[in-house]
Structures are given as C-alpha cells and as structure tokens.
Design a protein around this ligand. Structure first.
Ligand code: NAD
Length: 475
C-alpha cells in the first residue's frame, strides 16, 4: 500500500498542496517498509498556514450555521466515498487490523461528524439573560495536534465541531500516521470548503507542533496525545494566554463487583483492554476484582485471550496487529519486563515475539499480569499495548480507592448485579466517563478527562462549545 493521491505527501496550505523541505518516513509497522514520506514542516510552514487560516476566518465565521453544517456533512460523504482507501491507509501506516480499521477507525469519524451536525441545529447560539443578549461566537483560528492511534477519528473529532462553530483550522497530524490527514485535505476541497479554512502542516511535535501551539495568530490549541507533550503544549500556549484543550492519556479501571455477571465482565473488559492492540486512550487496562474471585477471573481472562489472534493486519481475521511502530513495540516490551521484575504474576504472554508472526513486524504478545498491586509500575503508567493488570481488592471502598490511585482519570467501567449499584460506584470514580455493565459508546456524550487525562471535552454539544467564545451585549 502506498500513498494514493498526490496530496498525501504534501502540506496543504490555503487550499493547495504545498511542497516542503525535509522528509519524514512513514513506515508500515507490519513489514518495516517505508510506504511514504511527508515533509518536515516548521515555523515557516506554520506561519503560512496560520496566515491562510486568519484570512479565511472573517468569511467562514460569517457563513450561516446551516451552510457550515452542510459543508461538514459533505466532508462526511467524502470520507464515506473513500471508506476502503482510508481504511487500507490507516492499516498500512499504523497497523490497525483491517476489519477494525473499516468498522471503528472509519466508523468513529462518521458517527462524531453526524453527531455534531445534529446538535448544531438545536444549539442555543444566543440567549437573553435579563437585559443582555448573550451570543456564542467562534473562537478564531484553531491549532489541532493529533496522535497516531486513531489518525482520522482524532482529526475529525476536532475539525467537524470547529467548522460548525465557524473556526478555521491548522492541523499538525501525527508524524507516525499522517497519510489520512492528506487524504482528508483533498476531501475538504472536493466538498467545496473555501481555501484556508482547513490547512495541514506535517512535521514533528517539537518543531511544527510547538510552532503551532506558540503562534500568536492561533486562538486555541486542541491537542490529543501524551501527558508529556500536552504539558509542553500548555506551557508554550501560555505565552499568548490561548485556550488549550487537552485530551491525554489514561489508565482506566474496570471494577467488577461481587454480584456481577463474571463471564460478561471479563469478555467485555478484555475487549476494551485489547482494543486497537491496547493503543487506545480509554482502554480498561486495570481489572479490579474481589480477592475471592481473583483466580477464577484470571482463568477466564487467559481463556479469552486465546481468541485474540495476533498477526498480519491485512488479514480479515486478525484481532491484534503489530504495535504502531518499532518504538512502541520497544516501549511495551520494556513495561512487560518491568512488570515481571516488580513481581507481577505472568498469567499469559510476556516479553518476546508471538508465535508465527513476521520477524519484520513490531509485534508483542497479548499479556495478562495477575496479582498486581497498585504500587507497581504496570498499575500506574500507561503502557499503550495489549496488557491487562488484574488487581485484587478486599471491599468496594478499596476498589474505588485503587481505581482513583493514578494520575489519570479518562475512562472506566463497573460491572454490577444491578444498574443502581453500578451507577453508585461509577459516581465515586474520578474519571470523565464510566460504562456500567458494558453500556455502549455514545458519540454525542461529552468525552474527556479528569486529573492529568486532560482539560475540556470533545464530541456532541460539549465538543462544539469548546470552540466558542461567549459575548454579552447589554440592551
Ligand atoms: P504524542 O504526545 O507523542 O504525540 C501526539 C501529537 O503531539 C503528535 O502529533 C506529536 O507530533 C505531537 N507532539 C509531540 N511533542 C510535542 C510538543 N512538544 N509540542 C507540540 N506537539 C507535540 O502521543 P502519541 O504517541 O502520538 O499518542 C499516544 C498518546 O496519546 C497516549 O498517551 C494516548 O493516551 C494519548 N491519546 C489520548 C486520547 C484522548 O482522547 N484522551 C486519544 C488518543 C490518544
């Protein structure tokens, strides 16, 4: 699989592909082969893109909301029309199994863009408070910085609400998985988006990313990625007091109560841990179980793990592909070694290459650690691989305490005998979203983190509000 349009390897500035200096190789993690290159943008390209976005802002922000929504829906149609090409591209650049790319990597942007288009119609763009007319206005030029794990979804989750709000956008996509951003730029042009409303500058985080976050012409940065990079974006953005929205990492807990349906809790729980090879910010990587049920749960989880076939991501039956890069493979392996050294019991998996996979691919073994204590590194740090820590607890208070014992607070789950009991425990968890008994993902519910998992919320009405300023006009 190689880049299939000319625009895929260029920046996209002011409505046109723009060549740039330097080159960053895009490597297929299943084969180790370079499949494309993107230019290595920096201050000059960011300046040009921000300038284009500033020039486009007055007309775009004055475009009626219905027309902005219509543009987002045309972009959505463009994504739909290129569904297979985009799914193949994501699989090639970051190793997501093709069945998962088609269903989830492409399904999420379809759902989130439809969701924000839907809420825009009923949104209170103005209201009266006493003698004041309170209006919601676009914040201005948005700098968007995105990671590699859901390369199209993360971009659309920012672009669609920003466009509906009336903002213009400069995107710095992940340098690991930048190809769909190039394809999306072409789609926006086909959808008739005016020049300068959406711009893409490729490059590394410390170069293009920081130049974007620091730029005085950028009114807001919407960042998704690691805590370390998010912290840096906040620091750099502080010089111009811009709004900074951060969607960062997680170490989410799945609390299984003593009256829960155990087989469902383990099956759904493991699915949400191994999702996208565990490279998902909301992954439920800690499974908290009553002490008396620990061994039974581990047995069920080990049996369930056998269903997660690891291998070539282009194979329709593969459930776990390679890690997104050799760097990520190395990082996960180091955590596996650390878990063993810290005394976690290896129930299945561990360091090393899975059987039967290509030597050239960045594969790791799906792993379950049992008897994990909260002071262990594997219980505290985000691994971002297919690694589950099973942690015993003595009572519900201790379970909640363990769940809340990391720097993160992005997602989580509770499995309980009754919904009422599940919600009671969910309310005690310091985290931005909790699924009770496997409650389904809701693409218009607010999504974001407590604590160091970030600031702000994406998706639906809350995601739209993030890109708006509030003005009071006294009458
Ligand atoms: P990363 O932080 O390394 O990179 C994310 C983006 O930030 C990339 O575009 C990168 O180039 C850029 N970047 C890196 N350093 C920067 C800097 N100093 N200034 C400006 N930009 C910089 O993260 P990653 O490895 O691509 O993605 C994995 C991380 O993303 C995980 O921690 C994961 O939990 C998190 N994530 C969070 C969410 C969420 O919604 N909360 C969603 C997906 C991923």
């Amino acid at each position: 699989m190689t880049a299939s349009t000319d625009t895929m390897t260029d920046h996209w500035i002011d409505g046109s592909p723009t060549t740039g200096a330097g080159a960053i190789a895009v490597v297929n993690p299943a084969t180790g082969e370079t499949i494309a290159e993107v230019p290595r943008g920096g201050t000059a390209e960011i300046d040009a893109a921000v300038g284009a976005a500033q020039r486009a802002f007055p007309a775009w922000s004055a475009t009626p909301v219905a027309d902005r929504v219509a543009a987002v829906l045309r972009i959505r149609e463009g994504i739909k029309a290129r569904h297979e090409e985009l799914a193949q591209s994501i699989t090639a650049e970051m190793g997501s199994p093709i069945a998962f790319s088609r269903s989830v990597q492409l399904g999420m942007p379809m759902a989130s863009s439809k969701g924000v288009a839907g809420v825009a119609e009923s949104f209170a763009w103005s209201e009266e408070i006493g003698n004041s007319l309170v209006v919601r206005e676009p914040i201005g030029v948005v700098g968007a910085i995105t990671p590699w794990n859901y390369p199209l979804h993360q971009v659309v989750a920012k672009l669609a609400p920003a466009l509906v709000a009336g903002c213009t956008v400069v995107l710095k996509p992940s340098e690991v998985a930048p190809l769909t951003a190039g394809a999306l730029a072409a789609i926006t042009a086909e959808a008739g988006l005016p020049a300068g409303v959406f711009n893409v500058v490729h490059g590394t985080g410390p170069e293009a990313g920081e130049a974007l976050a620091a730029h005085p012409g950028v009114d807001m940065v919407s960042f998704t990625g690691s805590v370390a990079a998010g912290r840096r974006v906040q620091e750099v953005g502080a010089a111009t007091v811009k709004r900074v929205a951060l969607e960062l990492g997680g170490k989410s807990a799945n609390i299984v109560l003593d009256d829960a349906e155990l087989s469902k809790a383990v099956k759904v729980g493991l699915g949400n841990c191994f999702i996208n090879g565990g490279q998902t910010c909301t992954a439920w990587t800690r499974l908290l179980v009553p002490e008396a049920l620990h061994d039974q749960v581990v047995e069920l989880a080990v049996a369930q793990t056998a269903k997660y076939g690891v291998g070539d991501p282009t194979d329709e039956s593969t459930r776990i592909g390679p890690m997104s890069s050799a760097t990520q493979q190395e990082r996960v392996t180091q955590y596996l070694e650390r878990g063993v050294a810290d005394g976690a019991q290896l129930a299945v998996g561990g360091p090393g290459r899975p059987d039967g996979v290509s030597e050239a691919g960045a594969y790791v073994r799906p792993t379950i650690f049992a008897g994990v204590r909260r002071d262990m590194t594997v219980a505290q740090e985000e691994i971002f691989g297919p690694v589950l820590s099973v942690m015993p607890y003595s009572d519900v208070d201790e379970a909640v305490d363990i769940a809340n014992s990391t720097i993160y607070g992005l997602a989580g789950a509770v499995f309980a005998g009754t919904q009422e009991r599940g919600v009671e425990v969910a309310r005690r968890m310091r985290t931005g979203q909790v699924d009770v008994n496997g409650g389904a993902f809701n693409p218009v519910a607010p999504f974001g983190g407590y604590k160091q998992s970030g600031t702000g919320r994406e998706l639906g009405r809350y995601g739209l509000e993030e890109f708006l300023e509030i003005k009071s006009i006294q009458l």
